[in-house]
Design a protein around this ligand. Structure first.
Ligand code: F6P
Length: 321
């Protein structure tokens, strides 16, 4: 048995599957004989010394729940020197031997920064945006993808019945990873993503030609990173004279029951975080590639870029005829 004391934190935007990850980290930690501590409200809670002791029972019945029982938030204070020093001091005072940070890009930056102060950190990628490097898939992505596809399936009923173009705004911050997958799975005719600059006139021609050739309803999957979708919709309507509606899916994409795939990913990554801490191998992002766990040392992260899959983008265009 080991007597390590491990902290766990969920940070940034909540993502379905975070709870499954917390459960896995806590239970596999307890299995190793670790004492588990959960910081509440992300780094804001850490800075307030707001934590709870986690037992196998505190994570009962959460594998199927969206959100995060630890709650979450964004913490600008941690980005200041004073904030960082305070966080490190609290972690040392609490005798935390290792910290598991579950979150997106911002959380990865925070975990990396904390690790530079001598704290052992392991990060798990969790965000619906799927924009974290070092992993093909983030915790939260699969559920958001399924939620958005289900919503578009419903929107299509109205689009078809009224012969309308529907611009559907999808989350993803500065990237189109989620939009591309949603577009492919929902059979969207067009996707607009920050990675590919749209030619509005060409698009309008496409909409007009589609309408003339009998394709009376269309779905445009529009990534939030491309700007205001309502302005985009108005532009299309003004230029084509076609009936256009805009629907922003918004926060329904962040919530809900995690898919089975999500729960498995979260459970596997959580267990790996504890395996690393047990073996004193830390300062890694634990991701997944080709169905296997992929470890990326924090120092590699700044050199990495997550590539947008242009082949899938082209495929969507071929399929949209
Ligand atoms: O990172 C997840 C995400 O939902 C992004 O898709 C979106 O841009 C952002 O968070 C919204 O953040 P907030 O919860 O602060 O409004």
């Amino acid at each position: 048995m080991s007597n390590k004391r491990i902290g766990i934190i969920t940070a940034g935007g909540d993502a379905p599957g975070m709870n499954a990850a917390v459960r896995s980290v806590v239970r596999t930690g307890i299995y190793c004989g670790f004492e588990m501590v959960g910081f509440q409200r992300a780094f804001g809670g850490l800075l307030d010394g707001d934590y709870i002791n986690m037992t196998a029972r505190t994570v009962s019945g959460i594998i199927n729940q969206g959100g995060t029982i630890l709650r979450t938030g964004r913490c600008p204070e941690l980005k200041t020197e004073v904030g960082m020093n305070k966080a490190v001091k609290i972690l040392k005072e609490l005798k935390i031997d290792g910290l598991v940070v579950i979150g997106g890009d911002g959380s990865l930056a925070a975990g990396t920064a904390i690790s530079k102060h001598g704290i052992k950190v392991v990060n798990l990628p969790a965000t619906i945006d799927n924009d974290v490097v070092g992993t093909e898939e983030t915790i939260g992505y699969d559920t958001a993808l399924n939620t958005a596809v289900e919503a578009i399936d419903k929107i299509r009923d109205t689009a078809k019945s009224h012969e309308r173009i529907f611009v559907v705004e999808i989350m993803g911050r500065h990237h189109g990873f989620l939009t591309l997958a949603v577009g492919l799975a929902a059979g969207a005719e067009v996707i607009i993503v920050p990675e590919v600059k749209p030619d509005i006139d060409e698009l309008c021609d496409k909409f007009r030609t589609a309408s003339i050739s009998g394709k009376k309803s269309l779905i445009v999957a529009y990534a939030e990173g491309c700007g205001n979708s309502f302005e985009f919709g108005k532009q299309i309507a003004d230029k084509t004279g076609l009936d256009v509606r805009v629907s922003n899916l918004g926060y329904i994409q962040r919530g809900g029951i995690p898919t089975a795939r999500e729960r498995i990913l979260a459970s596997v990554l959580g267990a790996e975080a504890i395996r690393l801490l047990k073996e004193d191998k830390t300062n890694f992002l634990v991701g997944v590639e080709y169905g296997r766990i992929k470890l990326t040392p924090f120092e590699e992260i700044p050199k990495m870029k997550k590539e947008f899959d242009i082949e899938d983008y082209k495929l969507l265009q071929k399929l949209s005829i």
